[in-house]
Design a protein around this ligand. Sequence first.
Ligand SMILES: Cc1cc2nc3c(=O)[nH]c(=O)nc-3n(C[C@H](O)[C@H](O)[C@H](O)COP(=O)(O)OP(=O)(O)OC[C@H]3O[C@@H](n4cnc5c(N)ncnc54)[C@H](O)[C@@H]3O)c2cc1C
Length: 414
Amino acid sequence: MIEFDPPKPIVKQNEMLKLAAEYRMRPISRYYDDQEHEIPWDFINFMHVAQQATGGGGGMAPSEPKKDADGKERPRIGYQLLAFMLEMLSWGDVGLFLCIPGGGLGSAAIEAAGTAEQKQKFLARFREEKPAFGAMAITEADAGSDNSAIRTTAVLDKEKNEWILNGEKIFVTCGQKSLEEGNGLVVIWATIDPTAGRAGIRSFVVEAGNPGIKVTKLEHKMGIRASDTASLVLQDCRVPFENILGSPEIEKTTTGFKGAMATFDATRPLIGATAVGVARAALDLLKEKLLEQGIIIRYGLPRQKLTSIEREFIDMEVMLRSAWLLVIKAVWMADNRKSNSKEASMSKVRGGDVVTKITQRAVEMMGPLGYNRELLLEKWFRDAKISDIYEGTGQINRLIVARNILGYSGKDLR
Ligand SMILES: Cc1cc2nc3c(=O)[nH]c(=O)nc-3n(C[C@H](O)[C@H](O)[C@H](O)COP(=O)(O)OP(=O)(O)OC[C@H]3O[C@@H](n4cnc5c(N)ncnc54)[C@H](O)[C@@H]3O)c2cc1C
């Protein structure tokens, strides 16, 4: 039987998260949007304690499935729990959500490509007493959508059994907090053979306190301004051999690269979930403000009897729900260990489209109030666009969907 109601643990989790979103995030949204680069420590500490109390480590790595009293493993719902959590916290404030301690994209990468020992070693820190952060650094000045162009190198020093990393990374979400605030880490994508193209790309864990890595710049951004976005320089940055995620061999195939790319199958639906959260925030507020002006959405009426505003509002709700269903399908597949690359990209494309359209129309429909800083609508409009950019732009994810449907490789369709 297909079950559309979320399982009980998710319902319980969401009740608590809604309180955090409403009472801990919304009241400080405007302040941290204005004070870019000020770290919201009160909020971070609160969320860290709350996560510890509920046994979660934050970030984008799913919790292990629980066991029944008779030792039988319960169904895996880790990614579904994360999707609901991210949707609700992004409904609160997506920029602040990105400041919550935990592994962030870094833990997602370790979860997707790391061995059991690596997961144990690197992820345990996110459950410790002090908050720690994680990040993933792929993008370089000349390697964005085309990450086969990555020029950061990793060379093996056989004598010391260490990798030496050199290069520059840009636009690293949470890069500063991961390296400078607590015992965090950054997963760095680098090539072990610049002549091997994609087959040479691997990811490496660099831990906070490593003298070979430095934060060189923080971006000033349009949206998600509470979240730090850093440039990093790696200069003879040495990490132990075992910090490589996946195989160190340069195979003739791109298996190692695919391992690193598996991260996206997990994270793209989660970014889709954050997009849905922001879009829902805008729709909720729009509905509330329309109601204050005596405009009630009359759901039961035939379409031709509805006003144009009512029709448009209902259409936006349909968009929102369809985006959410795509997210749920993609995370359900991730939980059930089904290959979900197409569905992950679909959910990301739809989420990015829907949130940009809904926040834009909400600003327009509210007239001067929509553009005014009195409400958060204009902020959500600015926060929305990033969902269509990071973790693969809308264009790139459309290419991935097309390749999957048509059976083309990256070489056939680019
Ligand atoms: C706020 C923020 C946070 C970020 N966080 C991270 C992070 O934590 N880690 C990280 O590694 N990166 C991060 N990024 C980088 C982000 O992932 C890249 O910006 C994104 O992948 C696009 O790369 P690019 O900016 O180099 O654009 P380009 O690749 O230069 O693309 C420019 C435009 O061309 C389009 N385009 C490119 N190739 C094609 C094609 N083949 N077909 C059609 N259209 C195409 C793109 O869709 C885009 O519209 C972040 C970026 C921002 C803005």
